[in-house]
Design a protein around this ligand. Sequence first.
Ligand code: NAD
Ligand code: AKB
Length: 314
Amino acid sequence: MTKEKILVIGASGQIGVELTLALRKIYGATNVIASDLREQNPLLEGTGPYVSLDVMNKEMLHVQVIRQGVTQIYLLAAILSATGEKNPALAWHLNMQGLLNVLDIAKEEKLTKVYWPSSIAVFGPTSPKKDCPQKTIIEPTTVYGISKYAGEFWCNYYFMKYGVDVRSLRYPGLISYKSAPGGGTTDYAIEIFHEALEEGHYKCFLERDTYLPMMYMPDAIRATIELMEAPKEKISIRTSYNLSAISFSPEEISTEIKKHIPEFTINYAPDYRQAIANSWPQSIDDSVAAKDWGWKPEFDLSAMTKDMLDNLRK
Ligand code: NAD
Ligand code: AKB
């Protein structure tokens, strides 16, 4: 068996920090290279190698891959839904060109595996709202969603045409306490915890009854690693797998928080992100991931709320 050397691109972000730490536990600290455009995240400092890298600079990326003997890439650098609507051209450019650079290098250097996340943002207003299936009408209305859907088909293309073993998950909104979120529509469900503890009040940018698919970060990290470690023959989806855990509204999460902080209050002042949220499904059917590689979430709303508050209080 070849010794794996993993490059995580976008390692200083919300998922990158936790995924890098989890991969370092499995593969050994020196075999997982963290990289980002940003300064290294303080949570990663002293835990393993870090390189400053721009995924848009294909030549430099290629040099790093060869120089470091990289065998796998996890590509997390992207612009998310809310930030993407403010600068559509930049979101399209980074989300597409970054992926194409990685896929090309993976093909040329015969990397063993590539991971690239998609999102529930691929779905649009014409997709089913409840239990949205793996294969259905997909007509995204945000530039982020369009870039993710196009990206899914580039992944499929590189697998079919060149045999690049690229795997992908359509993450729901991810909730975590370690690293700050990077400009998504589901970020309210993280902000609410910080504001509840610091101010006792939260002004929510979505309406009270806006249901969205969500997941606690430990489940997302485990799903990612389970997908990447699954035998190749178990992977039937080469675009991106639906993935699901919890669905709730701002009102429901605030009720859950009140069980721990009775004086907590919330008011609603929807902004441009409401239209993005309205275009997405309320819940996702992930039965194909369950059937193919045994996916099963662990955290429900009450377990997640308790764990978030316990950790943020620390
Ligand atoms: P994030 O914004 O927190 O992190 C992205 C990281 O990429 C940042 O640290 C940023 O500095 C880095 N980056 C940006 N441009 C770069 C460049 N040119 N070269 C190198 N690094 C660059 O995002 P995240 O929430 O960690 O998301 C990671 C991936 O997961 C993205 O593809 C995102 O679309 C996807 N995703 C996230 C969620 C979620 O809820 N967080 C849900 C669905 C999908
Ligand atoms: C966002 O809100 O943009 C992300 C996502 C669901 O992709 N959290």
